[in-house]
Design a binder for this molecule. Structure first.
Ligand SMILES: [Zn+2]
Length: 417
């Protein structure tokens, strides 16, 4: 390995993400350039010295003035540009990549890498129009087609241009064989949702049908169908669809429940209790239990609601449920409740107000409300409600009073010492 290659490897040590992504390997195996040994140029090493001395602008000036670029120096330029972008120094990254792209002697494949990186710089800088035209240029010249299409998809998602997202997803499917069933269904749902607000019923139905065809049983499409039924005054139809959403995908229970309860507004309390009990037995969740408690309170009175909630809390570490129990107890005591209950309720309300209700199962991003697309990792259908942990029954003799094990884990009996 030449000295230039060693230094390029060194740069990549600063770039663990790029190295892990296989990008490095792709570069190594695919970039092919002339054999001019520019890495032997003293200026090249002067540039790297500036870089190691934390003088990035002087380093960039030296690299940009290099008369020739060969295989190793292209790799160094690309690594350096990527490093700057990942450090948030987008202007520096753009300077490096623009200089590479402008080189007349660059081979097409290396030019493809440089154009792609420059497109990513523009995306990062919010210059979406420029990024878009670069990715299209890559496609026209059949350079990096899959990466260019994926970048365009990301760009159109950022712009919420769902029609274009569908076009690109289709190209990815046909040209690259990349299946994007979930994404395509979500794009159709986005368009259907907009059409629903605009009262364009035929468009709503058409896009929901396509969402279903792409991702059969898509809960979001069901939810939108229910809204459409509701909008048309078909309460029974809407109720049936809301039930299906709850049974099919418990992630959306919190969104569905207020609408489902609105469909039951004219029903007798006993019917509402029976409905919620059936749903809870099928798919238990905190939101369903708390709604059931309210229905029992309305239909059977506070003592019955308190018993039901108390029984549920024996088995679930549910802070929201606990706060509601304290509220019911204090209301029952008619303001004469003890100070401890009042303080506990205040603490719980504070905790609940600052606690996320949803979490992305892919990247761990937490949120206060449901997002169809994770704002952090941009995946679809990965945000789930955070459900309370079950409380394990304590095995007699298993606790010695030390809190060295998580309470929600069945710890089992300790071996005799
Ligand atoms: Zn995520």
């Amino acid at each position: 390995m030449s000295e230039g290659a060693v230094l390029t490897e060194l740069l990549f040590l600063l770039l663990p993400v790029a190295a892990a992504s296989g990008w490095w390997a792709a570069q190594r195996s695919r970039v092919s350039l002339g054999s001019a040994a520019t890495a032997k140029d003293p200026a090249f090493f002067r540039g790297l010295n500036y870089l190691l001395d934390e003088q990035p602008d002087k380093a960039i000036d030296v690299f940009l003035r290099l008369a020739e670029v060969d295989r190793e120096t292209v790799e160094t330029h690309l690594a350096l540009g990527s490093l700057f972008r990942r450090r948030g120094e987008v202007e520096r990254a753009i300077r490096i990549h623009q200089n590479l792209v402008a080189r007349a002697n660059l081979e097409p494949e290396a030019r493809g890498f440089a154009l792609y990186e420059l497109g990513q710089d523009y995306m990062r800088a919010g210059l979406l129009d420029r990024a878009e035209s670069l990715f299209h240029e890559l496609l026209e010249h059949r350079l990096q087609p899959e990466r260019a299409l994926r970048a365009l998809l990301e760009l159109y998602q950022q712009e919420k241009d769902w029609v274009r997202c569908l076009e690109v997803a289709e190209q990815l499917r046909v040209r690259q064989g990349v299946p994007l069933h979930v994404e395509i269904a979500q794009y159709h749902c986005e368009i259907a949702e907009k059409a629903l607000r605009a009262g364009e019923t035929p468009a709503v139905v058409a896009h929901l049908d396509q969402a279903d065809a792409s991702d059969p049983g898509c809960a979001r499409a069901l939810l939108l169908r229910a809204e459409l039924a509701s909008q048309r005054g078909d309460r029974a139809g809407a109720l049936d669809l809301y039930r299906r959403v709850v049974r099919q995908d418990p992630r959306f229970v919190r969104e569905v429940l207020p609408r489902l309860l609105a469909c039951l507004a004219d029903e007798a309390p006993a019917a509402v209790i029976a409905e919620l009990t059936r749903l809870y037995r099928d798919r238990p969740s905190s939101a369903l239990m708390l709604s059931l408690v309210e229905a029992v309170r309305a239909g059977q009175g506070e003592p019955a609601a308190i018993r039901l909630l108390g029984d549920y809390l024996e088995r679930h570490a549910d802070l929201g449920g606990l706060a509601r129990l304290l509220e019911l107890r204090l209301a029952q005591a008619d303001g004469k409740g003890d100070e401890t209950a009042r303080v506990s309720l205040r603490v719980l309300r504070h905790l609940l107000a600052h606690r996320p209700a949803y979490q992305c199962e892919h990247c761990g991003f937490t949120a206060r409300r449901l997002h169809w697309q994770c704002p952090s990792c941009t995946r679809w259908k990965t945000i789930r409600p955070i459900e309370p942990e079950p409380i394990a029954e304590l095995v007699p003799g298993s606790s010695d009073g030390r809190h060295d094990e998580p309470a929600a884990v069945d710890i089992g009996p300790r071996p005799a010492s």
